[in-house]
Design a protein around this ligand. Structure first.
Ligand SMILES: Nc1ncnc2c1ncn2[C@@H]1O[C@H](COP(=O)(O)OP(=O)(O)OP(=O)(O)O)[C@@H](O)[C@H]1O
Ligand SMILES: [Mg+2]
Length: 355
């Protein structure tokens, strides 16, 4: 009998798989990867995984292109695709690991400030990160002295929502742009209420704005899928460009961003494409290796990397549950498929290690 690999999904995704409703996750790719690597797939909810129980309720694909919910023996390897976990979930993971279940990507949601602090101690990475601080009134004043443009964003990601931009217009005047409206203010006078609120509410960071290169007038950044594979090694599965929607300064697809292949997005830049690709891959791999020392069972990340007009790559953020569909949006269907194949290859590698 084939070894089983579990994909731990949210309640919502579980129910959509069961009903065969549309999902952004291309579940069929996991199953094709299972055929390639000699494992069978099942989909699990955390609520059904009970420490001490040998069996678990799971969704299993049938030959008739359907899914049945049955009790199966707990898989030994589980790929976590849930976003965020509570303290109780973490305790459950700990108990299940003690029973011999291996999870990978156990933690999928990271504090941006935490990641910044982890990466800044690496000599090579220091110059590839924008200056960053937690938002307080004092820190904003420090950052406004040092930089002409700043980004304020939630420390825990929200698909580009809640991101604001501060721009110095003259020595004393700044504008705050929250993506919906702009407000000018004098640094010495009363600050806009929105900005004052950001200083007191907590959970926000302020960052030097990276002067992002543009694709026909729209700022863009790059999503890099970095994953462990059948050899248990990190590799860059793919790179894809995300250009901001008209008049926007965030590139998130959820905020109107559009995806293009790297070749296409670099079309409007006077840069050596091969050199840029290599430097993006090098940075992405280095970030993955450094984070691997800090985050347990890390094996699948989606990095946002900005590119200056000189082609210098700057790390923006790390996603622990990459939605992967940027590759589909850009028409990079083979890369999109590989973002599902590598985690299953890695699951195979983990199974081989424990045999
Ligand atoms: N320092 C920066 N300089 C320039 N642009 C930035 C900077 N920080 C963020 N942005 C823009 O805003 C977008 C959203 O920011 P970021 O990726 O850090 O958070 P998020 O996407 O909201 O978080 P998550 O992906 O976890 O939901 C980036 O893709 C980029 O286009
Ligand atoms: Mg992002």
């Amino acid at each position: 009998m084939k070894d089983k690999v579990g994909i731990l999904v949210s309640e919502v995704l579980y129910s959509r798989i069961k009903r065969k409703a549309f999902t952004h996750e291309n579940i069929a790719f996991y199953e094709q990867a299972g055929d390639q690597y000699g494992v069978s797939l099942c989909y699990l909810r955390l609520a059904d995984l009970i420490p001490g129980h040998k069996f678990v309720k799971a969704l299993v694909p049938t030959e008739k292109d359907n899914y049945i919910q049955i009790k199966i023996e707990k898989p030994r390897v589980i790929h976590n695709r849930m976003l965020g976990t509570t303290g109780m979930d973490k305790r459950k993971f700990t108990l299940l690991k003690k029973e011999g279940v291996s999870f990978f990507n156990e933690i999928t949601r990271y504090s941006k400030l935490d990641i910044y602090n982890k990466l800044i101690s690496d000599a090579k990475l220091a110059k590839h990160q924008p200056d960053t601080m937690p938002v307080t009134k004092e820190n904003l004043q420090v950052m406004m002295k040092k930089h002409k443009q700043l980004i304020i964003k939630p420390d825990l990601g929200t698909l580009g929502s809640g991101v604001s931009k501060l721009t110095r217009e003259s020595e004393r005047t700044w504008t705050l742009d929250d993506g919906r409206s702009r407000q000018a203010f004098s640094i010495k006078a009363v600050w806009p209420k929105k900005l004052e609120d950001l200083c007191t509410v907590g959970g926000y960071i302020v960052q030097e704005k990276i002067p992002l290169a543009a694709f026909y007038g729209s700022a863009f950044d790059i999503r890099a899928a970095v994953q462990k594979d059948i050899n248990g090694e990190w590799q860059v599965t793919g790179l894809v460009g995300k250009a901001a929607g008209k008049g926007k300064f965030v590139t998130n697809v959820a905020r109107g961003g559009r995806c293009y292949s790297l070749e296409m997005i670099l079309e409007d830049c006077d840069l050596d494409k091969e050199k840029v690709k290599l430097s993006l891959e090098e940075l992405a791999l280095h970030v993955a290796h450094v984070l691997d020392h800090h985050i347990p069972s890390l094996a699948d990340i989606g990095l946002d990397i900005g590119l200056t007009s000189e082609g210098f790559p700057m790390f923006i953020e790390c996603n622990g549950r990459d939605q992967r569909y940027s590759f589909k949006e850009a028409g990079l269907l083979e890369v999109w498929k590989m973002t599902y194949f590598h985690p299953i290859g890695y699951a195979r590698w983990l199974l081989n290690q424990s045999e």
